[in-house]
Design a binder for this molecule. Structure first.
Ligand code: ADP
Ligand code: MG
Length: 260
């Protein structure tokens, strides 16, 4: 069973804004962003470096507080919660995957994947063990399950990070450049695997990526520019990944050009 009540959209973001101070200057990292994700949705966030992608993900994860706007996950306004309540809620409802894998160096692949279950209420028992087994097998980690991160390849570490994010069956997966440290073949394989696993679980996914080939796995693409949503499209409106990639390049040039 999924964690959250399915009567609500998994994620609703309304008019979210976040400013940072750099000396006397204020940078509007995220500006009036609104979006919503239902169960099973897979949305990619693209945009140039500094366009606010990571800040948006951190706001949605409740790791950074917004200046304006709301983030509602499975019907709960996360910034109306106390800090501790939000941490417990995030552990249960949100799976986080970062480009730097953030694995615990002293734990094996299997222990890293199982860690969120141990941090939870510990009631997962047998079901939790089965879930860990299934993820190890589906992510192709059987041969390295006892290895620590320093004895694994980048691709293996990233798969462990994905297993750890999915182990509690969160309703929302937030991924920041999940294939950013991998070469293109490994990146593509990992992305296919990741999309399939999330789809089976019915989780909603918001994935930041620079790479149009990776973004093409999503159904919907949101492009940020200077913290704002500059463009949105559906990948099914493109015949091929090449067509989509060309359009991404042209649009990026048009968006960047329009502000010069
Ligand atoms: P992206 O992930 O698209 O590269 P970021 O969200 O990291 O973009 O950054 C958006 C803008 O906000 C940038 O101008 C960046 O310098 C600024 N920024 C991000 N995080 C912080 C922070 N913690 N403190 C100050 N400025 C920040
Ligand atoms: Mg970033």
């Amino acid at each position: 069973m999924r964690n959250s009540a399915s009567a609500y959209p998994v994620l609703v973001v309304t008019q979210l804004s976040k400013r940072f101070r750099h000396g006397n200057e204020a940078v509007e990292a995220v500006k009036e962003v609104s979006l919503s994700l239902e169960r099973g949705d897979f949305v990619a966030v693209m945009g140039a470096s500094g366009s606010g992608k990571s800040t948006l993900l951190h706001l949605i994860a409740g790791l950074t507080a917004p200046d304006e706007g709301t983030v509602t996950i499975a019907g709960s306004d996360i910034f109306a919660m106390r800090d501790h309540e939000r941490t417990v809620f995030r552990r249960r409802e949100v799976g986080l995957i970062f480009q730097a894998f953030n694995l615990i160096p002293s734990l094996s692949a299997e222990e890293n994947i199982a860690l969120p279950l141990l941090l939870g209420d510990g009631k997962d028992g047998k079901q939790g063990k089965e879930r860990v087994e299934r993820l190890i097998s589906r992510l192709g980690l059987v041969g390295v399950r006892s290895r620590r991160p320093d004895a694994m390849s980048g691709g293996e570490q990233q798969r462990v990070a994905i297993g750890r994010a999915l182990v509690t069956r969160p309703s929302l997966i937030l991924a920041d450049e999940p294939t950013g440290s991998l070469d293109s073949v490994n990146g593509r394989k990992l992305c296919e695997n990741f999309a399939e696993l999330c789809h089976e679980d019915g989780a909603a996914v918001l994935m930041v990526t620079h790479n149009p080939t990776v973004a093409f796995h999503a159904e919907k693409v949101v492009v940020l520019h200077d913290g704002r949503v500059a463009h949105q499209c559906r990948t099914k409106d493109y015949g091929t990944v090449q067509e989509f990639t060309c359009d991404c390049i042209e649009r990026t040039q048009a968006i960047e050009g329009a502000v010069q």
